[in-house]
Design a protein around this ligand. Sequence first.
Ligand SMILES: O=C(O)CCC(=O)C(=O)O
Ligand SMILES: [Fe+2]
Length: 185
Amino acid sequence: MKMHEDKSLEPILLRSRCHKGRLLYYFPMQQSNCSQDGDSMSSWCGWHTDHGSLTGLTCGMFLRNTVEMPCSDGAAGLYIKTRTGQIVKVVYGEDEIAYQIGETTEIMSRGHLCATPHCVRAPRGDEAFGLERSTFALFMQPDWDEKLNFPDVVHIHKELIPAGVSLTFGEYTEKLLDKYYHLKM
Ligand SMILES: O=C(O)CCC(=O)C(=O)O
Ligand SMILES: [Fe+2]
């Protein structure tokens, strides 16, 4: 996609000092939930899209009482929804990184790139008792003070982005947090 060189994703991410690395930990399910059938796909983390530009994820590591072990339920782990609405389990190894598109990239690319809907499914069955999951996520996003020249046509969060106005990533983020947590815009 043609964009002014300085405004394309790579230089914006290269000059940002605002990326966030998070070690994520998922508590073991309660025994009653492990043995329930028909439990939700998003039992460990609900369906969502990430807010920033790009997320790098290592594959989930399963542990019981801090000892690493294989997961007893092959269906547990990260799922994404494709552009055609299919739900797909993301399978990748410990020496690989999965990248997911974030909402800010969807907006700035005028919808050419789509934010990746995803969720995390907890293991089920009696053998899943006590199984915990850890992973590392790097949330890459523009610098807080980076001016975003929003396109004229915005597909998501349109009500936060008035036409012809440029906001910094920080201003845009604060508006979004207000929408989610205080219901004001
Ligand atoms: O645990 C994972 O694999 C995904 C985590 C995630 O989606 C998030 O923290 O936004
Ligand atoms: Fe996420």
